[in-house]
Design a protein around this ligand. Structure first.
Ligand code: NAD
Length: 256
């Protein structure tokens, strides 16, 4: 059980981040949800999650594209035993047409945010004598696809950062690992389906099966619960010697 531990999950008002927060809360952890908005529904989401699992759940607004806000998120949380760096965005374009502002945003949100949050969270973990850094990378942290230069660069960077953090904490009860999901049906992926269908003149169902899941041998999407369950495992005693590595949850994608 994770009772008494506090988890901060960046980008967790939807998709994988929310799924991870739910599984950590189910396992007894107090959770801090985050995104860049500050709506009533964001705070209500945290309240409902806290009630559902009988844990303390807070929502803290912070924009992960800004280093100072990443750092402020952890400072405001005050305690961070489990840090899940999950916030991420995508943009798809050939590299010679890739908008510079999209490149900068993806590098900032998908990669540099993890540097800033980890830098502030590690001293808190050291004070507590225990910690877990869990970076949500991607199959694209291990392999590439065309037209996703910024995303693939950022995710490979996160995998490298994970190894470095693991080595810097190797003699402490702090581990750092990356979960590498294949396709998970979240708003991030759902938003790519209509365009993909149009591009290939297919129905949306065909686009899902034939294009999006083309590289996923299981032909099934991974679920946010499965990513969350993997995070819970990484927090368990069984995983205490697992550090500086990646766990793929990708239906066989990276085995191809
Ligand atoms: P999503 O769009 O459902 O969720 C992204 C989350 O990040 C949201 O909560 C959003 O509010 C938040 N976010 C975006 N910009 C932010 C910012 N500037 N500051 C703070 N929060 C911000 O997407 P998802 O599919 O759940 O993706 C979550 C993570 O998982 C990303 O890092 C993504 O790269 C990774 N991932 C997703 C898949 C997939 O198939 N869905 C596969 C591999 C990796």
């Amino acid at each position: 059980t994770l009772k008494g531990k506090t988890a901060v999950i960046t980008g967790s008002n939807s998709g994988i981040g929310l799924g991870v927060a739910r599984e950590l809360a189910r396992a007894g952890a107090d959770v801090v949800l985050n995104s860049f908005t500050d709506r009533d529904e964001d705070h209500a989401l945290a309240r409902a999650l806290g009630e559902e699992f009988g844990v303390t759940a807070r929502y803290i607004k912070a924009d992960m594209s800004k280093g100072a806000e990443c750092r402020a998120l952890i400072e405001q949380a005050g305690v961070c035993d489990i840090l899940v760096n999950n916030a991420g965005i995508q943009h798809v374009a050939p590299i010679d047409e890739f908008p510079q502002d999209k490149w900068d945003a993806i590098i900032a949100i998908n990669m540099s945010s993890a540097f800033h949050t980890t830098a502030v969270a590690l001293p808190l973990m050291r004070k507590a004598g225990w910690g877990r850094v869990i970076n949500i990378a991607s199959a694209h942290g291990l392999t590439a696809s065309p037209y996703k230069s910024a995303y693939v660069t950022a995710k490979h960077g996160v995998v490298g950062m994970t190894k470095t953090v693991a080595l810097e904490c190797a003699r402490e009860e702090i581990t750092a690992n990356a979960i590498c999901p294949g396709y998970v049906l979240t708003p991030l992926v759902e938003s790519q389906i209509p365009d993909t269908a149009k591009k290939y003149a297919m129905t949306e169902e065909e686009a899902k099966q034939k294009v999006i899941l083309e590289r996923q041998p299981s032909k099934e999407f991974a679920t946010t619960e499965q990513i969350g369950g993997t995070a819970v495992f990484l927090c368990s005693d069984a995983a205490a010697q697992i550090t500086g590595t990646t766990i793929s949850v990708d239906g066989g994608w990276t085995a191809l």
